[in-house]
Design a protein. Sequence first.
Length: 233
Amino acid sequence: MPDVVDALDEVMDSMLDAVRKGGDVAAAANDKREAIEDVYLTIYETALPMFAEERYEQYNTKSVRQVPESLFEKWLRIAREFIATRPMQARITQVLDTTIEWVNELTAEGLREGLTTDQVATQIQDKWTDPESPINRFRAERISRTETISAANKGSQQGVIDSDVDALKFWISATDDRVRDAHDTGQNPSLSVPIPLTDPYIVDNEALMFPGDPAGSAHNVINCRCVEGYEVI
């Protein structure tokens, strides 16, 4: 998987340069948006076809079980198109906006205290590398995990669809005390009831096509570890 830390560091370096020069932090961050998009694209181009292939081979009942090259090309195209969708672009924007807001707040606070812009930039850099800071480079792990689960579930569903098997899908939640109440099939048994592949799950009043669907809000998606199961009919 790509190094999300490197991408976030590239964005932060651009923002800190803007702080030192008294420039526009938001513009500096958005100038490096492509670095974040490239990371997301690599995650989806890697995980989506991988899990699509796994499910295709599991459910395909045709005599020729080898995955056609045309399907791999289709899955890569789906990954690229998925990154371009509004929900995915909004997710990338959220990563940038959260960081921009944090840097602007720290910059304003430092300047009020009489620090120079160089001193403010150094202070922000120190916090950026501090695991205890509310915003830091180590959140890259959470981003990578969230996007990988999303890509895996999207790919799994696509693999079942392309296998041409008649199947239903159902939600499988993690089985520990960290699972969200809204995602817990023990508390919400309707999630584990098989439904058509084209129907959404209703999770905390949001329509999700699969666990980790970027159409959901952050509280419904970030750090979600749920997966999807299938029932042949």
